[in-house]
Ligand binder design. Structure first.
Ligand SMILES: Cc1ncc(C[n+]2csc(CCOP(=O)(O)OP(=O)(O)O)c2C)c(N)n1
Ligand SMILES: [Mg+2]
Length: 800
């Protein structure tokens, strides 16, 4: 039903709009000019960029949005968001005063660092918008599986800057959204025709319109406000409309900045010779003329409310809202205003126009015409704020201590992963029902095929596999249904990570926990790295399985080989990286992962490994396609724990150990062979299997920190493993990845270390060719051992 807004409601909404503009602008001013900042840095805060979205955000937050709706706010409109939450009683004055300060309101809305109920973090432009699209898909997924049906459908809303549409991930997600039938998603583009540096290209709105329509979206162009529409109906109004329609963005911006007299001069010289037009212009004062000419729809509450309330369907909608960057502020329209800050004198004048008395700047109703009671009543009834905490919770699902898998004599970790998922797929448990897998067109080649055969592909509308109905033999069953548990994506890795982010926040967004597992080729993590970072920053929970990896995928060549990923795994906050060599290790790690990603407590560091195991996080498994001989052994609880903590002795070093070889992942056979070959010439050689350089390193640094704070008995896992090593033994580390991954092991107890690994792009060849060429084969390990340890030449060392 279409409702029209009453004059009363409009008046009060207008008051709130003024207040949001004031508070957001003041917050930024306070941080820059008033708060004691001793380091001499201006903290910035984007007054112009914020002001641009004030009216749109007022219409949405104070009228349109419902508790079930979720919003990604343009990063630079963060002050508006905090001001709105402050008005609604969900943000404190203290945090606003401390905007951009330590533990203050965040520069860009942050789920994890802000306290005022941010739905989606933003900051890296483009990603927030995509997050809303994928969150709509996840909402559909959850509901199609019969969960959370007691809650109404939410709308996922993104407020984005026009320059955000330059980001490639926007197009990638639009295409994917079209394939998946996205709905309940609104994007509102703040079309201020300015980016960071300058005024943008002419006519972009037409490209956007065509683009969105092509991808199945409704497009609503919000160009003129109600004042302008009324003026267009006056005699001469049509000529005025044509003039504005033809006015280049740059000139329009310049005139906005200059004000009434400049508008008059330009209009008179261009169209003032027409009688009716000159009357239309002449009947207005400079101030009225400026108000009229800047009355774009994005700053016109009645137009916005009407347009938003008119939508009575669940199709995705893109609103292109014409706005002015810095609207209502002295640098409105100026092309350099992105980082512009109002001076103290400008702020003083602004304070006067806003009726705010000195000392009353933070008072919520200061300077407004409505009574505080009426305003408070209005705020108390804002639908968006009526739903209680926006952060939902969901229960955890019990995970098995051990996962079943038949270990073959020779196997790769990738095959092991496929076999583990195949076994899981047979289980009718609640946990398995919550697993959702996804992959960017590498489902089959990352070994998810048998899982998909058992659990099916997800689509709201079922579609059959024609190959199957035509009885054409095929290994894979490609049937879609609403109960399917695999979401097949196109090749875009950015989409994979943003979908994982949306799936991995389902417990808090939809109140329904999912266990997301995404697979891709290891090198292409780099393609989606910013989106991965974004997912982690929001504390989304998922398991990432990257395979194949390293130069071990030898014949595929340099473009497919990954070197830096082990370091990414270590450095990326929020994700624990593992690189097992054997399938029984992988089984233990996967069992741990299924539990770890469900933990969302604020747990302390565990004193056993000095890791944040109670807090949980996401998991990255770097796997390999190389079949290697498996070790026949019984898995014991201590071994499983050591694997999860990051390392164990595959061969204990003796008391007079001269060399330790520490390896990670697919190079295990080379390390084992090298240790065997040097055993005659070096005493008590140890072989350390590193299953997680990331956790091993994190535990070590955390334990050091704990000791520095006085916990003298803090010991990390690696320190315990190395405790008995003689100080003069050498350490050779080897990994199919950057050597720095394990080189730090030498610092734990001051051992001399020779780190082997890959530093340069590979080329095609056999594994043997490449391991030899890049120096990570058994011979290279032996050579390194000989170079750093005293003693007779090692007999098995071949000339290199
Ligand atoms: C991925 C990324 N690249 C660069 C930036 C730096 N940056 C911040 S805002 C901005 C341009 C903003 O223009 P627009 O989206 O039109 O927003 P406006 O301020 O005009 O509302 C840029 C380049 C960023 N935040 N994220
Ligand atoms: Mg812009």
């Amino acid at each position: 039903m279409r409702k029209t807004i009453s004059q009363d409601d409009l008046a009060i909404l207008g008051e709130v709009e003024r207040k949001v503009l004031w508070l957001a602008t003041w917050t930024i001013h306070y941080a820059n000019h008033i708060r004691d900042s001793t380091d001499g840095l201006k903290v910035g805060g984007h007054q112009a960029s914020s002001a641009s979205l004030v009216t749109i955000m007022t219409a949405l937050y104070f009228r349109l949005l419902r508790p079930q709706d979720r919003v990604a706010v343009k990063p630079h409109a963060s002050p508006n968001f905090h001001a709105i939450q402050y008005l609604l009683g969900k943000q404190t004055r203290e945090r606003l005063e401390n905007f951009r300060g330590f533990k203050g309101a965040q520069s860009y809305p942050s789920r994890t660092k802000d306290v005022d109920d941010v739905d989606f973090s933003t900051g890296s432009v483009g990603l927030g918008a995509a997050q809303t699209l994928f969150s709509s898909l996840v909402q559909d997924y959850v509901r199609a599986h019969g969960w959370g049906l007691h809650r109404p459908d939410g709308r996922m809303v993104a407020l984005l800057g026009d320059a955000e549409l330059d980001e490639g991930n926007i197009f990638e997600c639009l295409l994917e959204g079209w394939k998946q039938g996205v709905r309940n998603c609104w994007w509102v583009v703040d079309y201020n025709r300015q980016s960071l540096d300058a005024v943008i290209r002419e006519g972009l709105w037409q490209r956007y319109e065509e683009l969105f329509r092509n991808f199945g979206w409704d497009v609503v162009i919000l160009k003129y406000g109600s004042l302008l529409e009324a003026a267009f109906r006056e005699p001469g109004g049509e000529a005025l409309r044509q003039w504005i329609d033809r006015c280049p963005n740059q000139l329009y911006s310049a005139l906005v900045f200059q004000g009434g007299a400049a508008w008059r001069k330009h209009l008179e010289s261009d169209i003032g010779d027409q009688d009716a037009v000159s009357k239309l212009i002449g009947s207005r004062s400079d101030a009225d003329l400026a108000r009229l000419m800047t009355n774009l729809a994005g700053h016109d509450l009645p137009t916005l409310v009407e347009a938003f309330e008119r939508v009575d369907h669940d199709r995705p909608v893109c609103f292109i809202g014409y706005t002015i960057k810095g609207y209502g502020l002295p640098f409105a329209g100026h092309k350099d205003n992105h980082a512009g800050l109002m001076t103290t004198a400008q702020m003083e004048r602004f304070r006067q126009t806003m009726n705010v008395r000195p000392g009353q700047e933070w008072e919520r109703f200061e300077g407004l015409h409505e009574t505080p009671e009426r305003l408070q009543r209005f705020l108390d009834e804002v639908p968006f704020a009526a739903g209680g905490p926006r952060r939902l919770t969901a229960r955890r699902f019990a995970t098995p201590a051990e996962l079943a898998v038949a270990v073959q004599p020779e196997m790769s970790t990738q095959t092991g992963f496929g076999a583990l998922l195949n076994e899981l797929a047979r289980e009718p448990s609640e946990l398995v029902a919550r697993i959702v897998t996804t992959s960017p067109d590498v489902t089959v080649s990352t070994n998810l095929g048998s899982w998909v055969n058992r659990r099916g592909l997800f689509a709201r509308e079922a579609s059959a596999d024609i190959f199957k109905s035509e009885r054409i033999p095929s290994t894979f069953n490609w049937e879609f249904s609403a109960s399917g548990q695999h979401i097949e994506l196109g090749i875009a890795e950015m989409n994979l990570f943003i979908l994982l982010s949306a799936l991995g926040l389902s417990h808090t967004i939809n109140g329904e926990r999912l266990i997301p597992i995404g697979t891709l080729y290891d090198p292409f993590i780099a393609r989606g790295l910013d989106a991965l970072n974004y997912a982690c920053y929001q504390d989304a929970r998922f398991i990432l399985v990257a395979t194949p990896s390293g130069i071990t995928l030898a014949p595929e060549g340099g473009a497919h080989q990954s070197i830096a990923e082990p370091l990414i795994g270590m450095a990326q906050d929020g994700i624990a990286a593992f690189e097992p060599a054997f399938v029984d290790e992988l089984a233990g790690i996967l069992a741990f992962a299924l539990d770890y990603i469900q933990k969302d407590g604020d747990g302390d560091l565990s004193e056993q490994n000095w890791l944040r195991d109670e807090t949980g996080g996401s998991i990255y498994l770097r796997l390999s396609t190389r079949p290697i001989e498996q070790i026949k052994r019984a898995m014991t609880a201590p071994l499983r724990q050591a694997i999860v903590d990051g390392a164990y002795w595959l061969r204990e070093p003796g008391p007079n150990c001269q060399v330790v070889v520490a390896y990670a992942g697919a190079v295990a056979p080379e390390a084992i062979q090298a240790v065997g070959l040097m055993a005659e010439d070096r005493r008590d050689v140890g072989l350390l299997a590193v299953t997680s350089a990331d956790r091993l390193n994190a535990g070590w640094t955390a334990a050091m920190r704990a000791r520095e704070r006085g916990l003298v008995h803090a010991r990390s896992h690696i320190e315990r493993l190395f405790a008995q090593l003689p100080t003069n033994c050498g350490l050779v580390t080897v990994v199919d990845g950057h050597p720095a991954t394990l080189a730090w092991l030498g610092s734990v107890n001051g051992h001399r270390v020779r780190p082997l690994g890959v530093e340069h792009f590979g080329q095609t060849g056999t594994i043997a060719d490449l391991y030899c060429y890049y120096g990570i084969d058994a011979n290279a390990i032996i050579a390194a051992a000989q170079a750093i340890t005293p003693g007779a030449p090692i007999r098995h060392l071949k000339a290199m």
